[in-house]
Ligand binder design. Structure first.
Ligand SMILES: [Zn+2]
Ligand SMILES: [Zn+2]
Length: 294
């Protein structure tokens, strides 16, 4: 199967989970939010598929300089999954701390809801801003590029299942794996939980590198991000943060300040930037703004 289609092929399983969660917990869902999440997933899949087709020749060209020739075996697959999950941790941590990468990742955090469709909420900018750079070490080590991107897709597929409010603590699995409990914390905008639990599949990376936080029963999670987030239409959702970053770079004085605006810790949109993007990018009905905080 082409690696670009792995997540689409798994979509029947995802849809069954969504139907069950909606059936038992309809108040977790809002039609507009879920529709946006689904359309964002399709846009993200399309942009990823195009990027993979365009970049695969580059990846195979790089593969000729690989240190080893790693054959496909159960051991090499296991090492491949571990290594990719380790790299995913750093990609995810960088995405929260480097404005350039946050311009894509903010989309995933910009809903105030948490349900299985939140996993679909992804940016079409990931390939443009260079998520794939994080997988190059695997290709340079000697993993086949197509295998690398298949592992990336399977890691993302696993993460679908951690986007729910209705799975509690899972015993010993909590020590080893990223679970719904750990990932709910990751989606919280509460100060105590901010920029924690970056894990893809294994929570051990957060524990090793100091970004792990336990659930605190006294804290009610507020889902979403600090500052305003556009939720009116798909173009604003995908591009508002990038516009904001480019504006900050333009207004910064001197090279050092410009580099800081681009690669330093992300700044939040001011309310005018969400308004501007809504006015300029509105594709939906004029009433859509009233539904913004659904
Ligand atoms: Zn994140
Ligand atoms: Zn998530």
């Amino acid at each position: 199967m082409p690696v670009e289609l792995i997540l689409l092929a798994l979509s029947p399983i995802f849809l069954v989970c969504i139907a069950l969660e909606y059936y038992f917990h309809p108040t977790d869902y809002a039609l507009k939010d879920s529709m946006q999440n689904t359309l964002l997933a399709l846009l993200h899949q399309a942009s990823d598929a195009i990027a993979l087709i365009l970049l695969m020749p580059l990846f195979y060209w790089l593969a000729q300089f690989a240190l080893f020739n790693i054959p496909l075996s159960p051991e090499s697959l296991l090492i491949g999954f571990l290594l990719q999950d380790f790299l995913y941790y750093w990609f995810h941590r960088a995405s929260h701390n480097i404005h350039w990468l946050w311009c894509a990742h903010v989309v995933h955090h910009s809903s105030v809801r948490m349900n299985f469709t939140t996993a679909f909420r992804q940016s079409l900018l990931y390939p443009v801003l260079g998520m794939w750079l994080f997988w190059l070490p695997m290709i340079l080590l000697g993993f086949d590029p197509k295998l690398v991107f298949a592992i990336v897709a399977i890691n993302l597929a696993f993460q679908f299942f951690v986007h729910t409010k209705h799975i509690g603590k899972l015993g010993w699995l909590e020590h080893l794996f990223n679970t719904p409990t750990h990932h709910r914390i990751h989606h919280a905008s509460n100060d105590h939980y901010l920029d924690k639990n970056y894990a893809g599949v294994l929570i051990i990376w957060d524990k090793l590198f100091g970004t792990y936080v336990e659930e605190d029963a006294n804290i009610t999670i507020e889902y979403g991000i600090k500052g305003p987030a556009p939720r009116d239409n798909l173009i604003a959702i995908n591009f508002a943060q990038l516009r904001h970053m480019l504006k900050s770079v333009r207004h910064a004085h001197g090279l050092k300040a410009k580099i800081q605006a681009m690669f330093g810790y992300p700044s939040t949109l001011d309310s005018t930037s969400t308004e501007t993007s809504s006015i300029e990018f509105t594709l939906t009905s004029p009433h859509s703004r009233e539904e913004t905080n659904d």
